[in-house]
Structure formats: C-alpha cells, structure tokens
Design a protein around this ligand. Structure first.
Ligand SMILES: [Fe+2]
Length: 303
C-alpha cells in the first residue's frame, strides 16, 4: 500500500498586524500561544497537535502554507519519492523541522502554486481535555482552484487522499475518518476560501457565535448544517478579511461511504443547508473568500 498523509495539522497565515491578530485568535477565537519567534506566533487548540495556526507578520494577508501530517518519517520519505516524480517546480528535500513542534518533513508547491508541507513526528500535547469555548483542532481547509478535478486527482494520486463527495462547486477529500480535511472549490484563482476550526459540540459552535458577536464580529453565514459532511457551521471574517469557521459534528466515514455527486447535493430553491434557517453567505464573506492568495515562494519563517 503506498504511503498516505493522515490529516491536517495546521495552517500558516501572513497577517498585517501580528499583535492584533494574536489578540483576536487568543482572546476571542479561543486558541492559546505555544511558541513565538521573530515576527511569528504559534497557537494551539485543546487537542494534541502542537499548534494549529501559525501567524507571521507580512505586508499583506496571505495563506503561507498548509501543513499535513504523515504517520511516520518513512511515510514522509515515501511521499517525497512520489512527489519528486511529478513535474512540480518546487519540491524541498525532507529533513528535520527546526520550527516549534519539530518533526521531520518537506514542503512543496502544488500544481497551482500552493505551499504544502508533509510532516511526521511533531511534539504532541498531553493535556487535551475539551473546553466548550475553545477549538480542538483544525477541521478543514477549503481552497479555490482553477481546476478542481486536476487538483483532486493530484492529491489523491500523490498524497493518498480519497474523494468523499462532489457537489456542483466543491470537491471534498479526506485523509482519515473525518469526511474531509481539504476541499477544492471551482474558482478562477488558487486562493483561500476558508479555514475551519473544530469545536467540541454544537453548543460550542453556538456559544462561539455569541462570543464573536459580543466582540463585534457578526456571523457571515450560519448557523447551519452542511449537506456533505453533515457538520454544523458558523462563518466569520477574521483579521485581514480571512474567512474562518467554527464547525462541529463532522461525519465520520470509511471506504464504504458512497461518494456523492452533484445530483445528490442539490438544494431546493432558497435552501443552502439542511436546516434552512440562515440566508446564505454575506456579500462580505463572498468577497473575503476569494482575495487571500498563497505567497509566491515556499515559506520559511524567520525564526
Ligand atoms: Fe467549511
């Protein structure tokens, strides 16, 4: 069996005001700092992952890197061997990671120029009790794509992802039992659509919505329950107009799951989710879900 990635670890955001962004993600969003360096701050959820969000001071809001997990160093090497055989321009060699959390891995730029990294052996936290007002982990990362079918084929063939569902606009791929941890959206540029943080319960999603509203951040879409994945959702705009989501109760699936097609996931007029109590994404969210680009080069923090 070829080696596969087995999850989504973290994302790295470039932000224009790192102090303000860190204040937002800790005091309101519910993450906690675990490490910092020259112009970088790393934040954890309540789960075992060393950090789930890296913030880095930049001149503009950017998606700098998406970090995936591999089960072992041998898997990292095997995946590198597969990626090296593709015609990608930028593929770094595997080696020890000198950033907080450590581990062993490599970065590459995918066919649409996104910096992705595959890492094994990262330090884990032992204190992992749920907290109703804090995210556990990163749930999923949704990326706009010029060619989502080619993207899905790339990720499935070379990294071991599996297609779980496909709608008219989105393809959901998984790396473990979570219905998806990455999704590609039909678009016209390789930009960030949104990043979702897993909350411990529906109640935690609702409380998070209240906390955000209390602090001047209205719900941009939600609260609702998606079709594919069946997860509850509430979307917001974070620092640098990035779309972020609280989610919970994502479907757990295995290879017996019947891959859905666009016909299965068509809503009646006026509906966008299973509950039907929200009005759909705001105009602000619609715009915010298109403008955050990946940095042009493979990202290395100046730690
Ligand atoms: Fe989402």
């Amino acid at each position: 069996m070829p080696s596969s990635v087995n999850g989504l670890r973290s994302v790295d955001f470039g932000v224009t005001d790192i102090k303000a962004a860190a204040k937002f993600y800790t005091e309101i969003w519910g993450l906690r700092p675990v490490a910092d360096g020259k112009g970088s701050i790393f934040l954890r959820g309540t789960g075992p992952e060393h950090h789930i969000l890296g913030l880095h001071q930049r001149d503009k809001g950017e998606l700098l890197r998406v970090n995936l997990s591999a089960p072992s160093e041998a898997d990292v090497d095997a995946i590198y061997g597969v990626i090296r055989q593709t015609n990608l321009r930028e593929v770094e060699k595997p080696g020890p990671i000198t950033e907080p959390g450590g581990g062993y891995g490599f970065a590459f730029q995918d066919p649409e120029g996104r910096t992705m990294r595959v890492i094994a052996g990262v330090e884990n936290h032992k204190d992992t009790a749920d907290n109703i007002d804090r995210p556990r982990k990163l749930s999923h990362c949704v990326l706009n794509s010029n060619d989502r079918d080619a993207g899905v084929a790339f990720y499935c063939k070379n990294l071991g992802f599996k297609l779980t569902d496909r709608t008219g606009g989105m393809s959901f791929i998984r790396a473990n039992s979570d219905h998806h941890c990455v999704a590609l959206v039909k678009g016209d540029a390789a930009t960030l659509h949104h990043v979702a943080f897993e909350m411990p319960s529906l109640d935690a999603v609702m409380r998070g919505g209240g906390r955000m509203r209390d602090n001047g951040h209205p719900i941009e879409w939600g609260v609702g329950r998606h079709g594919p994945g069946n997860n509850v959702f509430s979307y917001f705009i974070g620092p640098d107009e990035m779309v972020i989501e609280y989610t919970a109760e994502v479907d757990q699936v295995d290879d017996t799951y019947p891959v859905g097609d666009p016909e299965k996931w068509t809503w009646p007029k006026g509906r966008n989710d299973r509950w039907g109590i929200n009005d759909g994404p705001s105009v602000r969210m619609h715009d915010a879900g298109k403008h955050v680009a990946f940095s042009p080069d493979i990202f290395h923090p100046a730690l």
